[in-house]
Write a new protein. Structure first.
Length: 248
């Protein structure tokens, strides 16, 4: 999909998409068929996520950091979006009901229908949750410093590498490879190195914390299992075996 088509589909301007590309927030991909820079399904999905986070009043700089974070919980994003839209819908329905009453000649001097407090509270709740989860840790700060100068090519390489590693974990899980096998633990080391090389120093302590999160939080579990059923549990067990063996 060409840039003008993507802009029309999303209801934004071509200039906006050019700006997103310039700051590394959303970059099109070069098509092998025609040589043009196009927007595929992955780019349009990211654009949708950008628009949602803008609804939550995040600045573009923060949106980029969040979407580039390997721990991003997209299911939680959708839940928050749903909550916000329901509250907007309820507010609009109240305003419509007030207007219809006025049209019937019912003189109702009321302003409560225009109240934005509930919607603002919903926005703030998710914003606070996101910043607490991703913005306050030393690891996040290190990731922010490291990734601020990543260009389009670097981000594509990081994304491709992550996809390959998760696919390998998924394949091992499907094949019934034991989490404490040498092959599996080599994958855990590869994952740890991937995080350390691209985002922040992933210590054994942090790695075990991630392993716990992968299965304790159903939203993260669902996300990882998109690579293949059982990926999250296999990754968690493998990481724990890997760190335990290192610390014996």
């Amino acid at each position: 999909m060409r840039i003008n088509e993507a802009a029309e589909l999303a209801g934004v301007t071509v200039r906006t998409l050019h700006h997103y590309d310039k700051i590394g927030l959303l970059s099109p991909v070069k098509s092998a068929e025609n040589g043009y820079r196009d927007y595929g399904e992955a780019e349009l999905l990211r654009l949708q996520q950008i628009m949602f986070l803008k609804e939550m009043d995040f600045p573009l700089e923060e949106i980029k950091k969040m979407l580039d974070n390997p721990g991003l919980d997209r299911n939680r994003m959708m839940e928050a979006q749903h909550d916000l839209l329901i509250k907007k819908k309820q507010r609009l329905e109240k305003i419509i009901a007030l207007l219809e009453a006025e049209m019937r000649g019912e003189n109702k001097m009321s302003f409560k229908e225009f109240d934005m407090k509930e919607i603002e509270a919903c926005r703030k709740k998710y914003a606070d949750e996101a910043r607490e989860k991703w913005g306050g840790t030393e690891a996040y700060k290190e990731s922010e410093e490291r990734t601020k100068n990543y260009d389009e090519g670097k981000w594509q390489k990081v994304s491709d590498e992550q996809g390959i590693i998760l696919s390998e974990f998924a394949a091992f899980a499907a094949e019934g490879v034991k989490p404490d096998s040498s092959e599996a633990m080599a994958m855990a080391a590869k994952w740890q190195n991937y995080i350390s090389d691209n985002f922040y120093e992933c210590t054994d302590e942090i790695l075990v914390g991630l392993a716990e999160m992968y299965i304790a939080d159903e939203r993260f579990k669902t996300n990882l299992d998109k690579a293949g059923k059982g990926t999250a549990e296999f990754m968690s067990a493998t990481i724990k075996s890997y760190v335990e063996k290192k610390t014996r």
